[in-house]
Design a protein around this ligand. Sequence first.
Ligand code: GLU
Ligand code: ZN
Length: 305
Amino acid sequence: MSFTTRFAPSPTGSLHLGHAFSALLAHDMARAEGGTFLLRIEDIDRQRSKPEWEAQIYDDLRWLGVDWDGPVMRQSDRLPAYEAALDALWQRDLLFPCTCTRRDIIAAASAPQEGGDPVFGPDGVVYPGTCRTPKREPFSMQSRPSGVALRLNMRLAVMAASEAVTDTPEGVRSIVRFVETGRGPNGETGVIETDSRWLETRVGDVVLSRRDFPGSYHLSVVLDDAAQGITHVVRGADLFDATRIHVVLQRLLGVPRPIYHHHRLIRDAAGKRLAKRDDARAIALFRRDGASPNDIRRIVGLPLR
Ligand code: GLU
Ligand code: ZN
């Protein structure tokens, strides 16, 4: 299998050391394998994505010595693919419309009958199921609604995506798997299994179509990795649990599953994870202060070029 990987930044701020590490690592791995390194601009957040940030990403990457192969994919050009996948999932009754606001969700998830405290999973507060309908039978052939969020019915989704089952004292659970060649946040590596109970209780009914855009991070990333022929996903360990969601979607959508390589996160001096707003770590600032690309490699702990 030839090695094809990618770097997929969102143009919502400057690239910082964490992005540089991710891009350099994926790029170096592709070059070492004689493979392909692709670039994708994840600009589904139309409010926060800005052409200036996109231009700066290209500039910073070139400066770092990260050269990409072929044309850049932009998620804002991918709507027809997202629409088609949403239609297919809708026809299978795996999606339901949701009109809840963030406040509604927190209020419902904090209700005493829900245990009082909202559960936080890799996708934020676990959706308490407010708008989930048992079955839309009479309306199944209705066309997919627009202008509302569409959520995945996780219980039905995992059943449909199941690769194996395991018998536990609490009942039979479905399992999905992926191969990890790096490490998750707790050192997880090798064949990673996720069971239906974890997905239902820790992730829940994730949004696959946003109110303002026919797609969502999870849906787009899975479809785009497939469309770009990605064989190896190299990205931060903060996305390790999101991968558990992505493998469910890959099964549902019938697309190939890449191998995953989650890498350590670059932290600041205080050990805190870098966020986009930590401008002090912006590559643009290092450049302005006269740093070289090898200085960046040294700081993030990669071999020099
Ligand atoms: N666009 C995501 C980010 O900037 C990365 C997504 C991915 O690598 O799957 O955090
Ligand atoms: Zn809802």
